[in-house]
Design a protein around this ligand. Structure first.
Ligand code: ADP
Length: 234
């Protein structure tokens, strides 16, 4: 059994009036969290506009992959809610949402989907896109995920990125892509806060994929790497 499942059970057990967590659990604010068991995960890692979302959406078509893009999870929040407003106050400036809030929103999303049967812990591999995005998020998420592989989608030409992101703004619901200053700020935040995340993992689990290639070639390279480490059912 996995941490998030156990965390859900422990949370409902707590409603029975127990004051202290059962063996194997610890208290984190109002939630009781399991101290063992994790969801299997692959990280799609790279800066804004590197193609994580495009690749993640294609791979999400595989039955045992669950693609979880943190930006999508945030954008799906009710914009009038407190958390929805807080998200916009950061994202429209090109800034990251604070770590604790981000991981709490991610965990709640995953718990809801486990509860509805949409994520089956022993069957699905999480394909995480845009989380963890700081070294503090790496630590906060450690109890929940067993990271098998980090796919670093590396792009070398910043101008290509900026043109890509501006093009994406024309198509979608992305105010943070429309303004070049906001884009440059996101690239700066990536270099400062996100790039160091790569160093948190065992180098043997980190693979660089050349994301300057055409999307199909990037997909082929990603598929090769995933087939190498994931269960045969994928
Ligand atoms: P991109 O990869 O183009 O930056 P995302 O859709 O991943 O876009 O994220 C959009 C915004 O959502 C980010 O600029 C940030 O404000 C917020 N966000 C997404 N993921 C995280 C995260 N892991 N930590 C903090 N903020 C995040």
């Amino acid at each position: 059994m996995k941490a998030i499942l156990q965390s859900m059970r422990a949370t409902s057990d707590n409603k029975s009036g127990m004051n202290s967590p059962a063996d194997g659990y610890r208290q984190e604010g109002k939630t009781t969290v399991a101290t063992n068991g994790q969801l299997r995960a692959v990280l799609l890692f790279g800066g804004p506009g590197c193609g994580k979302g495009t690749q993640g959406t294609v791979l999400a078509g595989l039955p045992s992959i669950c693609h979880l893009a943190m930006g999508d999870i945030f954008r799906a929040l009710d914009k009038q809610s407190d958390i929805g407003r807080e998200f916009l106050s950061y994202s429209t400036k090109g800034l990251l949402v604070p770590d604790e809030l981000t991981v709490r929103v991610w965990q709640q999303h995953v718990q809801n989907r486990i509860a509805s049967g949409d994520i089956v812990a022993d069957y699905h591999t999480m394909l995480l896109d845009g989380i963890p995005r700081t070294t503090d998020q790496v630590s906060l998420m450690e109890p929940y995920i067993d990271v098998q592989l980090i796919l670093h989608l590396a792009i070398h030409d910043e101008n290509v990125l900026i043109e890509r992101l501006k093009g994406r703004a024309l198509k979608g619901n992305r105010p943070d892509d429309a303004n070049e200053d906001v884009i440059r700020e996101r690239l700066r935040v990536y270099e400062e806060s996100t790039a160091p995340v790569l160093k948190s993992y065992d180098p043997s689990r980190v693979v660089e994929v050349d994301a300057d290639q055409a999307p199909l070639a990037v997909l082929r390279d990603i598929a090769d790497q995933m087939a190498r480490v994931l269960p045969r059912s994928i």
